[in-house]
Design a protein. Structure first.
Length: 239
Protein backbone atom coordinates (compact mmCIF):
# COMPACT_ATOMS: atom_id res chain seq x y z
CA UNK A 1 0.00 0.00 0.00
CA UNK A 2 1.43 3.40 -0.97
CA UNK A 3 1.26 6.49 1.23
CA UNK A 4 -1.11 8.26 -1.09
CA UNK A 5 -3.86 5.66 -1.24
CA UNK A 6 -6.99 6.49 0.74
CA UNK A 7 -4.94 8.79 2.98
CA UNK A 8 -3.62 5.78 4.89
CA UNK A 9 -0.09 7.04 5.37
CA UNK A 10 1.97 10.19 5.23
CA UNK A 11 5.66 10.84 4.97
CA UNK A 12 7.30 11.81 8.28
CA UNK A 13 10.90 11.57 7.10
CA UNK A 14 12.65 10.78 3.82
CA UNK A 15 11.82 7.18 3.05
CA UNK A 16 9.67 6.79 6.17
CA UNK A 17 5.90 6.36 6.29
CA UNK A 18 3.63 6.71 9.29
CA UNK A 19 0.04 5.50 9.56
CA UNK A 20 -2.40 8.02 10.96
CA UNK A 21 -4.48 7.30 14.01
CA UNK A 22 -8.20 6.98 13.70
CA UNK A 23 -10.66 4.60 12.14
CA UNK A 24 -11.04 1.11 13.49
CA UNK A 25 -7.36 0.21 13.68
CA UNK A 26 -5.85 -0.89 16.97
CA UNK A 27 -2.37 0.34 17.94
CA UNK A 28 -0.95 -3.08 17.06
CA UNK A 29 -2.55 -3.10 13.61
CA UNK A 30 -1.25 0.43 12.94
CA UNK A 31 2.22 -0.67 14.01
CA UNK A 32 2.05 -3.69 11.69
CA UNK A 33 0.91 -1.59 8.70
CA UNK A 34 3.57 1.03 9.39
CA UNK A 35 6.23 -1.66 9.52
CA UNK A 36 5.01 -3.07 6.19
CA UNK A 37 5.07 0.36 4.58
CA UNK A 38 8.67 0.89 5.65
CA UNK A 39 10.04 -2.61 5.10
CA UNK A 40 12.50 -2.65 2.17
CA UNK A 41 11.97 -6.39 1.68
CA UNK A 42 8.22 -5.87 1.22
CA UNK A 43 8.90 -3.29 -1.50
CA UNK A 44 11.54 -5.51 -3.06
CA UNK A 45 9.19 -8.50 -3.14
CA UNK A 46 6.58 -6.46 -5.00
CA UNK A 47 9.19 -5.29 -7.49
CA UNK A 48 10.63 -8.76 -8.07
CA UNK A 49 7.26 -10.50 -8.26
CA UNK A 50 7.57 -12.62 -5.12
CA UNK A 51 4.49 -13.30 -3.04
CA UNK A 52 6.14 -12.44 0.26
CA UNK A 53 9.25 -10.91 1.78
CA UNK A 54 10.05 -14.37 3.14
CA UNK A 55 11.37 -15.29 -0.32
CA UNK A 56 14.59 -13.41 0.49
CA UNK A 57 15.17 -15.50 3.61
CA UNK A 58 15.30 -18.66 1.50
CA UNK A 59 17.35 -16.96 -1.22
CA UNK A 60 19.97 -16.00 1.36
CA UNK A 61 19.94 -19.43 3.01
CA UNK A 62 20.38 -21.15 -0.34
CA UNK A 63 23.06 -18.77 -1.58
CA UNK A 64 25.09 -19.34 1.58
CA UNK A 65 24.46 -23.00 2.28
CA UNK A 66 23.60 -24.51 -1.14
CA UNK A 67 20.38 -26.18 -0.05
CA UNK A 68 18.67 -26.41 -3.43
CA UNK A 69 20.14 -28.19 -6.42
CA UNK A 70 18.82 -28.34 -9.95
CA UNK A 71 16.33 -31.19 -10.28
CA UNK A 72 15.75 -31.55 -6.53
CA UNK A 73 12.50 -32.67 -4.89
CA UNK A 74 11.33 -30.23 -2.24
CA UNK A 75 8.55 -30.15 0.35
CA UNK A 76 7.36 -26.75 1.60
CA UNK A 77 5.36 -26.87 4.86
CA UNK A 78 3.36 -23.80 5.84
CA UNK A 79 3.80 -22.47 2.33
CA UNK A 80 1.17 -19.72 1.97
CA UNK A 81 1.30 -17.25 0.38
CA UNK A 82 4.04 -19.00 -1.60
CA UNK A 83 7.28 -17.01 -1.44
CA UNK A 84 9.46 -19.98 -0.51
CA UNK A 85 7.75 -22.22 -3.07
CA UNK A 86 8.43 -19.65 -5.79
CA UNK A 87 12.14 -19.59 -5.00
CA UNK A 88 12.30 -23.37 -4.78
CA UNK A 89 10.52 -23.82 -8.13
CA UNK A 90 12.92 -21.39 -9.79
CA UNK A 91 16.01 -23.04 -8.39
CA UNK A 92 15.13 -26.68 -9.06
CA UNK A 93 14.36 -25.82 -12.68
CA UNK A 94 10.60 -26.36 -12.77
CA UNK A 95 10.28 -24.08 -15.83
CA UNK A 96 12.33 -26.68 -17.71
CA UNK A 97 10.44 -29.63 -16.25
CA UNK A 98 13.09 -30.57 -13.70
CA UNK A 99 12.64 -31.26 -10.02
CA UNK A 100 9.43 -31.21 -8.00
CA UNK A 101 8.00 -28.84 -5.39
CA UNK A 102 5.03 -29.79 -3.21
CA UNK A 103 3.53 -27.32 -0.77
CA UNK A 104 0.80 -27.38 1.88
CA UNK A 105 -0.77 -24.87 4.20
CA UNK A 106 -3.87 -24.49 6.35
CA UNK A 107 -4.69 -21.40 4.32
CA UNK A 108 -5.71 -21.40 0.67
CA UNK A 109 -2.92 -20.55 -1.73
CA UNK A 110 -3.34 -19.34 -5.29
CA UNK A 111 -2.00 -21.68 -7.95
CA UNK A 112 1.73 -21.31 -8.53
CA UNK A 113 3.51 -22.42 -11.70
CA UNK A 114 5.58 -25.54 -11.12
CA UNK A 115 4.28 -26.17 -7.60
CA UNK A 116 1.80 -28.86 -6.48
CA UNK A 117 -0.25 -27.42 -3.63
CA UNK A 118 -2.77 -28.70 -1.09
CA UNK A 119 -4.87 -26.88 1.50
CA UNK A 120 -4.14 -29.15 4.42
CA UNK A 121 -3.24 -29.07 8.11
CA UNK A 122 0.23 -30.58 8.42
CA UNK A 123 -0.60 -31.76 11.94
CA UNK A 124 -3.55 -33.83 10.72
CA UNK A 125 -3.22 -37.62 10.48
CA UNK A 126 -3.58 -37.74 6.73
CA UNK A 127 -1.03 -35.03 5.92
CA UNK A 128 2.22 -37.08 5.85
CA UNK A 129 0.78 -39.77 3.55
CA UNK A 130 -0.76 -37.12 1.28
CA UNK A 131 2.58 -35.33 0.97
CA UNK A 132 4.43 -38.56 0.20
CA UNK A 133 1.86 -39.30 -2.51
CA UNK A 134 2.24 -35.81 -3.98
CA UNK A 135 6.03 -36.04 -3.90
CA UNK A 136 6.20 -39.42 -5.64
CA UNK A 137 9.53 -40.36 -4.09
CA UNK A 138 12.14 -39.26 -1.58
CA UNK A 139 12.75 -35.58 -0.88
CA UNK A 140 16.04 -33.71 -1.13
CA UNK A 141 14.91 -30.86 1.12
CA UNK A 142 12.10 -30.35 3.61
CA UNK A 143 11.38 -26.69 4.41
CA UNK A 144 9.10 -25.44 7.18
CA UNK A 145 8.16 -21.81 7.66
CA UNK A 146 5.17 -22.85 9.78
CA UNK A 147 4.13 -20.60 12.64
CA UNK A 148 1.18 -20.97 15.01
CA UNK A 149 -1.11 -18.01 15.67
CA UNK A 150 0.54 -15.81 18.28
CA UNK A 151 -1.07 -15.65 21.72
CA UNK A 152 1.05 -12.78 23.01
CA UNK A 153 2.45 -15.02 25.73
CA UNK A 154 6.11 -15.52 24.86
CA UNK A 155 6.59 -18.94 26.44
CA UNK A 156 3.38 -20.34 24.96
CA UNK A 157 4.20 -19.03 21.49
CA UNK A 158 7.70 -20.49 21.74
CA UNK A 159 6.43 -23.93 22.69
CA UNK A 160 3.82 -23.91 19.91
CA UNK A 161 6.28 -23.08 17.15
CA UNK A 162 8.82 -25.56 18.52
CA UNK A 163 6.14 -28.25 18.40
CA UNK A 164 5.63 -27.52 14.71
CA UNK A 165 9.38 -27.57 14.03
CA UNK A 166 9.77 -30.90 15.83
CA UNK A 167 6.89 -32.41 13.85
CA UNK A 168 8.46 -31.14 10.62
CA UNK A 169 11.80 -32.67 11.60
CA UNK A 170 10.15 -36.02 12.26
CA UNK A 171 8.50 -35.89 8.85
CA UNK A 172 11.84 -34.99 7.24
CA UNK A 173 13.40 -38.14 8.67
CA UNK A 174 10.65 -40.19 7.00
CA UNK A 175 10.96 -38.73 3.50
CA UNK A 176 14.51 -37.40 3.01
CA UNK A 177 16.98 -39.15 0.75
CA UNK A 178 20.48 -39.67 2.16
CA UNK A 179 22.37 -36.38 1.95
CA UNK A 180 19.14 -34.36 2.12
CA UNK A 181 18.50 -31.20 4.10
CA UNK A 182 16.01 -29.67 6.50
CA UNK A 183 15.29 -26.05 7.39
CA UNK A 184 12.64 -24.83 9.83
CA UNK A 185 11.59 -21.69 11.62
CA UNK A 186 12.06 -21.64 15.40
CA UNK A 187 12.02 -18.99 18.11
CA UNK A 188 14.74 -18.20 20.62
CA UNK A 189 13.66 -19.35 24.04
CA UNK A 190 15.73 -22.29 25.21
CA UNK A 191 14.09 -25.44 23.91
CA UNK A 192 15.40 -24.92 20.38
CA UNK A 193 18.70 -26.34 21.69
CA UNK A 194 16.96 -29.66 22.28
CA UNK A 195 15.90 -29.81 18.64
CA UNK A 196 19.45 -29.10 17.49
CA UNK A 197 20.85 -31.88 19.65
CA UNK A 198 18.23 -34.28 18.28
CA UNK A 199 19.00 -33.37 14.68
CA UNK A 200 22.74 -33.84 15.18
CA UNK A 201 22.17 -37.58 15.49
CA UNK A 202 20.78 -37.76 11.96
CA UNK A 203 22.49 -34.93 10.05
CA UNK A 204 26.16 -34.20 9.40
CA UNK A 205 25.89 -30.44 9.97
CA UNK A 206 23.32 -28.63 12.15
CA UNK A 207 23.29 -24.91 12.90
CA UNK A 208 21.13 -21.92 13.79
CA UNK A 209 20.96 -19.15 11.20
CA UNK A 210 19.24 -15.76 11.06
CA UNK A 211 18.90 -14.39 7.51
CA UNK A 212 19.19 -10.65 6.99
CA UNK A 213 15.55 -10.61 5.85
CA UNK A 214 14.47 -11.78 9.34
CA UNK A 215 13.55 -8.64 11.24
CA UNK A 216 16.20 -7.68 13.77
CA UNK A 217 13.65 -7.20 16.56
CA UNK A 218 12.21 -10.69 16.03
CA UNK A 219 13.13 -13.80 18.05
CA UNK A 220 12.85 -15.76 14.80
CA UNK A 221 15.69 -18.10 13.87
CA UNK A 222 16.02 -20.95 11.43
CA UNK A 223 17.47 -24.33 12.23
CA UNK A 224 19.40 -25.71 9.29
CA UNK A 225 20.43 -29.37 9.00
CA UNK A 226 22.30 -30.84 6.03
CA UNK A 227 23.82 -34.17 5.14
CA UNK A 228 21.02 -36.50 6.24
CA UNK A 229 22.57 -39.82 7.21
CA UNK A 230 19.53 -41.90 6.27
CA UNK A 231 16.77 -43.55 8.22
CA UNK A 232 17.90 -45.78 11.07
CA UNK A 233 16.27 -49.04 12.08
CA UNK A 234 15.10 -49.11 15.72
CA UNK A 235 17.99 -51.33 16.82
CA UNK A 236 20.48 -49.00 15.08
CA UNK A 237 19.03 -45.95 16.85
CA UNK A 238 19.45 -47.67 20.22
CA UNK A 239 23.00 -48.79 19.58
Amino acid sequence: MSAGRSGEGRSVAPGRQKVRKGGNRTPSSRAWLERQLNDPYVARAKKDGYRSRAAYKLIELDDRHKLIRNGARIVDLGAAPGGWSQVAAERVGRSSGRGRVVAIDLLPMDALAGVDTAELDFMSEEAPARLVEMLGGEADLVMSDMAANATGHRKTDHLKIMGLAEAAAEFARLVLAPGGGFVAKVLQGGTEGTLLADLKRDFAVVRHVKPAASRSDSAELYVLATGFRGRQEPDEAQA
